[in-house]
Design a protein around this ligand. Structure first.
Ligand SMILES: Cc1cn([C@H]2C[C@H](O)[C@@H](COP(=O)(O)OP(=O)(O)OP(=O)(O)O)O2)c(=O)[nH]c1=O
Length: 191
């Protein structure tokens, strides 16, 4: 299979870096789809629908065989947190996460054009934040880092010192559960 066989349907530099780190050859084609939650939609159904939507949208735009899409949310006390809309939203999210365990859920989908079918999976990681002071939260928001991250933080970046421990996959929190993705690519014959 050629190096252009796998297409990563994502604008996230973190997803590219993670896939690269596994030594996988791929192309990037971001897919811009509506990420609104449907009424009554469960969090796992939501990330799986968006992941598959991104993968299929990319397949509609370019050649290739396997299309990988993913979506990451933070789940805290029943609330689905996407990217914060503004400063106040980031502040509200980080205050809610302060001192409280939450989950990061990433759904991924690999659409195989030849079989016209998608393999999907959702991976959950528990993250424990230390209690955060308002000054800490404001200083972090001032860096601008929270705005393109679900839940308003990046475990791999400026928020690393806020995380006491995690239970589960680290790469899943960063946006792509690498172990599971590589395994599924292998099962599908993409590697
Ligand atoms: C919780 C957390 C999220 N994130 C990121 C992963 C995702 O890029 C982002 C959640 O937004 P997503 O909508 O999942 O992805 P995206 O918009 O960045 O990229 P695309 O839809 O094109 O694939 O939050 C981190 O980088 N670190 C973290 O610790």
């Amino acid at each position: 299979m050629s190096a252009t066989t796998i297409v990563l349907a994502s604008a996230s530099p973190r997803r590219s870096e993670l896939l690269e780190s596994a030594g996988i050859s791929f192309r990037v084609l971001p897919a811009d789809i509506c990420e609104d939650q449907l009424p009554g939609e469960e969090p796992v159904d939501h990330v799986l629908r968006l992941a598959e939507g991104k993968a299929r949208a990319a397949a509609g735009m370019t050649e290739g065989r396997f299309f990988l899409g993913a979506d990451t949310i933070v789940l805290c006390d029943g609330e689905i947190m996407g990217k914060p809309k503004d400063h106040a939203d980031a502040q509200r999210m980080l205050r809610k996460l302060s001192g409280v365990p939450h989950e990061v859920v990433t759904g991924f989908a690999i659409y195989d054009r030849e079989r016209d079918d998608a393999l999907v999976e959702a991976v959950r990681t528990k993250v424990f934040f230390k209690p955060l002071r308002d000054e800490e939260i404001d200083a972090y928001i001032a860096t601008g880092c929270p705005f393109d991250k679900a839940g308003g933080y990046a475990i791999q970046g400026g928020a690393a010192h806020m995380v006491q421990k995690i239970d589960g996959s680290y790469t899943n929190v960063v946006g792509l559960p690498l172990c599971e993705v590589v395994e599924k690519l292998r099962v599908l014959g993409a590697l």
